[in-house]
Design a binder for this molecule. Structure first.
Ligand SMILES: NC(=O)c1ccc[n+]([C@@H]2O[C@H](COP(=O)([O-])OP(=O)(O)OC[C@H]3O[C@@H](n4cnc5c(N)ncnc54)[C@H](OP(=O)(O)O)[C@@H]3O)[C@@H](O)[C@H]2O)c1
Length: 252
């Protein structure tokens, strides 16, 4: 099916590894011109760009910058504008966060986590607003911790809850302009992010056992739904959180 995305321009934060990378490949396969942001890992960024170029013939533009800092986001969008004068698809995917017991969290832990995981969406949407037009899509990537409780996930869970709320409130202002903003939430996905969890193996085993679909969600599974939400097929979906978790979240 032709999703009518050929020639569109997309910016994906954290688009060089994990889920963001998988979304980048899907969009590239549809002929979308990519701008991929990353923070530190230049090597992974170059590898992803080279692989996408080999697949699609178009090399993504790589932009380094911390999306958790408002001035860095402004600089990122300014650099983007040196190459493109509009933005069709903005995917706020990069995330970080302190994994620690709620009772041990400090203001610094919370500030760091909220800035990167929630406020980045706001700074990106504000800075990119003049580049968006009717039909543009914004997608925020979230996790089940926004509505559920997991050990050591208080800061990240709270940041994702804030993110999803921001999506709803931004949608009130953007939907009348013909701009869709939605959240794509995922169950446990085995990316490098999981290596930061002290209980990675137990997390994966528990998730697999509790998932009605009988298998873990892959980055590609998430990217498929991202593609749908970025397409004209989803034009009447506004301010929603769509969950890709193989049914994990419905189990009592
Ligand atoms: N993995 C899961 O189980 C899971 C489940 C549900 C939702 N999610 C969500 O999916 C998204 C992607 O997660 P992932 O597992 O794919 O992560 P990942 O494999 O760790 O990749 C993270 C990407 O984000 C970039 N990044 C990190 N902090 C950044 C910052 N401050 N500014 C700009 N870029 C930054 C990284 O750049 P460098 O390469 O330079 O470090 C990298 O490209 C996140 O929003 C996460 O919360 C993940």
């Amino acid at each position: 099916m032709d999703l009518n995305l050929k020639g569109k321009v997309a910016l994906i934060t954290g688009g060089t590894r994990g889920i963001g990378r998988a979304i980048a490949f899907k969009l590239a396969g549809e002929g979308v011109q990519l701008v991929l942001n990353y923070l530190r890992n230049r090597r992974a960024a170059e590898e992803t760009a080279a692989e996408i170029e080999a697949l699609s013939g178009q090399r993504p533009l790589l932009l380094k910058g911390n999306v958790g800092e408002q001035d860095k986001v402004a600089a990122l969008i300014a650099e983007f504008q040196e190459h493109h004068n509009h933005l069709d698809i903005l995917i706020s995917n990069a995330a970080s966060g302190v994994l620690r017991s709620a009772l041990e969290l400090t203001p610094r832990h919370l500030q760091w986590t909220l800035e990167i995981n929630a406020l980045a969406l706001l700074w990106l949407s504000q800075a990119a607003r003049p580049l968006l037009r009717s039909g543009s899509k914004i997608l925020a990537v979230s996790s089940l911790g926004s509505t559920r409780a997991f050990p050591n996930y208080a800061a990240v869970g709270a940041s994702k809850a804030a993110l999803e709320s921001l999506v709803r409130h931004l949608s009130l202002e953007l939907a009348p302009q013909g701009i869709n903003i939605n959240t794509l939430s995922a169950g446990v996905v085995d990316t490098e992010a999981l290596t930061h969890f002290p209980n990675r193996e137990a997390l994966l085993a528990h998730s697999l056992a509790q998932t009605p679909a009988g298998k873990l969600v892959t980055p590609d599974d998430v990217a498929d739904v991202a593609l749908f939400l970025c397409s004209p097929l989803a034009q009447m979906i506004h301010g929603q959180t769509l969950t890709v978790d193989g049914g994990y979240n419905i189990v009592a």
